[in-house]
Design a protein around this ligand. Structure first.
Ligand SMILES: C[S@@+](CC[C@H](N)C(=O)[O-])C[C@H]1O[C@@H](n2cnc3c(N)ncnc32)[C@H](O)[C@@H]1O
Length: 271
């Protein structure tokens, strides 16, 4: 009876954990709050994508604050606008803008803070982009970046060949697309060269076990066309419809823990 209940509840619990309290969002929320993002602030969300970070910021700054999301991808901005409207986030606005053209863009700044998650690793000249960002933030304002870094991962407490293969598919694809997948470690030097005083640099990771897994197969499904286009793996090799089951089985049978996500968080102040 208890075993049956456990079998039924466990998948629901980890689905809930993934959807409601994604640990990567928890790390970001903590970084933002520790960096001083607070009620009433005017915040610029750089490379906002579909607006997930903007929505988090919107809730932190509240109705007396505001969030401006910018991204170079017009289709992402469309999704971000629709998503914010459906959540009733009236303190957010979105604009198509590349970081490289921020200096010539008129936004409703200066902002109290600028934030970016998983964006600068894709930018060919991050120092120039950060200099342009500084121009949009008031003196004393804060710039907060959170970026992935694969220098230390994947690591596991037992051999997990499928987990390692999936990690390699994703990160080889990202690297072949031109991203710097070791950008986290470069953050202090990028801040220094952009003349931003680094106040904090932290490293956090997500440890997965059989009962606490990330929705890796969903993520692979979302980027499968890019993995195939970069010649990293074929659809048949990925076999995305059975991927989640196979990943879960690998962790369950081995009883192992796996770390594939390491993020660096940093903030600095504009003088
Ligand atoms: C991995 S997504 C992250 C989206 C969002 N920050 C999040 O964490 O959910 C990277 C985003 O950065 C945007 N991006 C990359 N380079 C950019 C640039 N030079 N200027 C503006 N946006 C950029 C992409 O279009 C994409 O939406």
């Amino acid at each position: 009876m208890l075993a049956t209940l456990d079998r039924q509840l466990r998948p629901l619990c980890y689905r809930y954990w993934q959807m409601v309290i994604d640990p990567r969002d928890v790390m970001l929320q903590r970084l933002l709050v520790d960096a001083g993002i607070a009620s009433g602030m005017r915040v610029l969300d750089l490379g906002c994508g579909y607006g997930k970070v903007s929505a988090m910021l919107s809730r932190i700054v509240g109705p007396s604050g505001s969030v401006t999301g910018v991204d170079r991808d017009p289709s992402a901005i469309e999704v971000a606008r629709r998503s914010a409207a459906s959540q009733g986030l009236t303190n957010t606005r979105f604009q198509v803008t590349a970081l490289e053209s921020l200096a010539e863009t008129s936004l409703e700044g200066p902002f109290d803070a600028a934030v970016a998650r998983r964006v600068f690793m894709y930018v060919p000249d991050p120092v120039a982009a950060l200099l342009a960002v500084k121009g949009q933030v008031r003196a004393g304002g804060v710039v907060v970046l959170q970026e992935q870094d694969t220098s230390m991962v994947p690591v596991a407490s037992a051999p997990l060949p499928l987990h390692r293969r999936v990690h390699e598919w994703v990160w080889t694809m990202v690297e072949r697309e031109g991203a710097n997948v070791r950008f986290g470690l470069a953050l202090p030097s990028v801040f220094a060269r952009a003349g931003l005083s680094l106040e904090e640099l932290r490293v956090e990771a997500v440890a997965q076990t059989a009962s606490r897994r990330l929705p890796t197969a969903d993520m692979v499904r979302a980027v499968m066309a890019r993995i195939v286009a970069q010649g990293v793996a074929t659809e048949a090799e990925i076999d995305v419809d059975t991927l989640d089951q196979r990943l879960e089985a690998e962790l369950t049978v081995s009883g192992a823990s796996f770390v594939g996500d390491v993020v660096f968080g940093a903030w600095g102040r504009v003088s």
